[in-house]
Design a protein around this ligand. Structure first.
Ligand SMILES: [Zn+2]
Length: 169
């Protein structure tokens, strides 16, 4: 398809109303397929903008649930706060959520001793690096031993911040 052809199709589709059935069909067809944006290279400028826009967690910022909504949430959660059904549970939990969960059930890493050298631990190190919600997968380590552990495991040194998060560079 040449550029001229694409432009014509694009123009012809502009403002066209799609029926709900059509939208559902398209949605079904596209489910599980990679996004058309996949592999699209972002410019440094775009990345910088996205980064700035995401600074700070703005999720639900300034929004409040009504008392009624809070009561409903409370009732629906009653009896469900077991380890596996913790409200923070997600299939692919984010690092911060995992660490909140860890400090709740295992305590802060600095309250444990590094399992390699016995000094005060500074990180919870994860055995398989998938950050799964299995308490057995996390061991307390000081930053030095954590680094050595990574080197042994991956064969190279990973940069981490003081909380043990990987620093992407
Ligand atoms: Zn250590």
């Amino acid at each position: 398809m040449n550029e001229e052809h694409k432009r014509k199709i694009s123009l012809a589709n502009k403002g066209k109303k799609r029926s709900n059935e059509f939208k559902i069909l398209i949605s079904k067809l596209k489910k599980g397929k990679p996004s058309p944006r996949k592999g699209v290279k972002l410019t440094e400028e775009t990345k910088r903008k996205i980064g700035l826009a995401n600074k700070g967690n703005k999720y639900n910022l300034g929004k409040h649930h009504s008392i009624e909504a809070k009561q409903k949430m409370s009732i629906s959660r009653k009896g469900k706060r077991t380890l596996d059904k913790h409200p923070l549970w997600q299939e692919n939990p984010t690092y911060n959520a995992v660490h909140q969960w860890l400090s709740k059930y295992k305590g802060k890493s600095k309250d444990s001793k590094c399992i390699d050298c016995g000094r005060t631990a500074q990180n919870w190190s994860n055995k398989d690096h998938k950050y799964k919600r299995n308490l057995e997968d996390y061991e307390p380590r000081c930053i030095k031993c954590h680094r050595q552990y990574d080197v042994k495991k991956f064969g190279f040194n990973l940069l981490r911040d003081d909380k043990g998060r990987f620093i992407k560079n």
